[in-house]
Write a protein that binds this ligand. Structure first.
Ligand code: 5GP
Ligand code: ZN
Length: 113
């Protein structure tokens, strides 16, 4: 399977890792949309939220959101931040390995494009 985020999770590609545990990896987005733009992924290949099985949800979503809290503390985002998941084509997903964007360091606008 040719998945760029699996390659990052397997350390086959050089990436700026900011958080890691057994289940989760977080790294700097290559094309940042805010002063802080981190991608938080499960190491396991899951294509998107819609294809996430209940057992993976129960194991991985708490891990992912604990990582997000930890990174937000580390990056001193006490004023706030945004978490984004783009799901499938109409949601704007371009990499088909589940990931959450953590964006911060500036005031976010709403609605998103
Ligand atoms: P999506 O559009 O799927 O929600 O987000 C994919 C994100 O992955 C984009 O923000 C894009 O900049 C980022 N991205 C794509 N390829 C790479 C890569 O090879 N390395 C890193 N660090 N980020 C990537
Ligand atoms: Zn993958």
């Amino acid at each position: 399977m040719d998945c760029i985020f699996c390659k990052i999770a397997n350390k086959e590609l050089d990436t700026q890792v900011v958080f890691e545990n057994d289940q989760v990896l977080a790294f700097e987005d290559v094309n940042p949309q805010a002063p802080t733009h981190i991608l938080v992924i499960p190491k396991k290949h899951i294509p998107n939220i819609q294809e996430m099985k209940l057992e993976d949800q129960q194991l991985l979503l708490p891990e992912i959101f604990q990582a997000i809290q930890q990174i937000a503390d580390d990056k001193e985002l006490e004023k706030g931040y945004r978490v984004v998941n783009n799901c499938k084509d109409s949601g704007g997903q371009t990499v088909n390995h589940l990931h959450f964007h953590l964006l911060g360091g500036r005031v976010m606008q709403w609605p998103p494009g």
